[in-house]
Design a protein around this ligand. Structure first.
Ligand code: GDP
Length: 297
């Protein structure tokens, strides 16, 4: 197990007094530990450095009351700053799905959890918001992926667009749009094809689909355990396609969630949900406090 930040800082500040203000030196010593904790949690180096510099500025000169130790004080400042950085604007769980049929475009690399997350979000919208949802798989390269979405749809009682062999992703997107309008769905979700890595063909395809659908939300699904790779993927998709939010999957794993901080710092896009398991109700609205606690250990 990792040593928690409080434990680390407890040691650092053992010999310091309980009163007075935090000196620049005190803070610098403490923040060395903070930086190590962030790096251990898989936060990228530039992001960790920048974060620590901000905390240094905020913490220096802050008075420490009798009731807390300087260590606790620094932990609180770090925690507040971490939470503020992780928090996007508005409610992460509130998807823009007014003016039906509202299109949601799901993008990401293969294996990141895109199809599963599509079904999880559909289930949530159907159950919690009583929305009529239509899901469509655009993964024409992998018939198994199209089947997978149909099966998930049956499991959660959400309709999927019937599969018509031979159609292109753009044709499927057009059909989903027309069907959603005709049959009065509130939302239609397009589960785009994934690739093992980002390539021009994938991006051109997703772009063409985006232009057909004009999505209200474009959610990037990435494996939260892949750290810096997840951040690079997000940068690439955002630059080319424009994303409105991120879903981090596999947050039930051992990862410390540092990717979340790097993701926010680098892309500026809000994290909307986290996937916490394979089951179709294992999806939680992103809570900055929770991830902050996990990063700090
Ligand atoms: P896609 O290729 O991006 O569509 O990925 P899939 O949706 O097919 O998911 C790949 C695998 O990851 C499947 O076995 C899913 O059950 C699993 N998976 C997806 N999300 C999560 C998650 O949040 N936690 C865990 N533990 N597994 C997940």
């Amino acid at each position: 197990m990792f040593e928690s930040l409080s434990e680390r800082l407890g040691g650092v500040f053992e010999r310091l007094t309980k009163q007075g203000a935090l000196s620049e030196d005190d803070v610098r010593t403490a923040l060395r530990e903070v930086r190590v904790a962030l790096l251990e949690a898989d936060v990228s180096l530039p992001v960790a450095r920048d974060f620590v510099a901000r905390v240094q500025e905020k913490a220096t000169g802050q008075s420490v009351t009798r009731s807390v130790t300087p260590g606790q004080q620094v932990v609180k400042i770090v925690n507040d700053e971490l939470t503020a950085t992780l928090r996007g604007e508005g409610d992460p769980g509130a998807l823009k799905i007014d003016s039906p049929p509202a299109p949601i475009l799901m993008v990401g690399l293969q294996g990141g959890g895109k199809t599963t997350t599509t079904a999880k979000i559909a289930k949530r919208l159907a159950e919690r918001e009583r929305k009529r949802v239509l899901m469509a798989s655009l993964d024409t390269n992998r018939p198994a992926a199209m089947e997978q979405l149909a099966i998930l749809g049956q499991q959660i009682g959400v309709d999927t667009l019937p599969i018509v062999p031979g159609e292109t992703p753009v044709q499927i997107a057009r059909r989903a749009k027309a069907q959603a309008a005709l049959a009065g769905y509130d939302v239609y979700m397009l589960d785009t094809a994934g690739r093992l890595s980002i390539d021009e063909e994938l991006m051109a395809q997703v772009e063409a689909v985006r232009d057909v659908a004009s999505p209200r939300e474009t959610l990037l699904v990435v494996d939260g355990l892949t750290g810096q790779d997840a951040v690079t993927t997000a940068e690439n998709f955002d630059e080319r396609i424009g994303i409105t939010g991120v879903v981090l999957t596999r947050m039930d794993g051992d990862g410390r969630g540092g990717a979340a901080l790097s993701m926010r710092a680098v892309t500026g896009k809000p994290i909307r949900f986290v996937g916490t398991g394979e089951k179709l109700d294992a999806l939680e609205t992103f809570e900055p406090e929770r991830i902050a606690g996990r990063i700090l250990g």
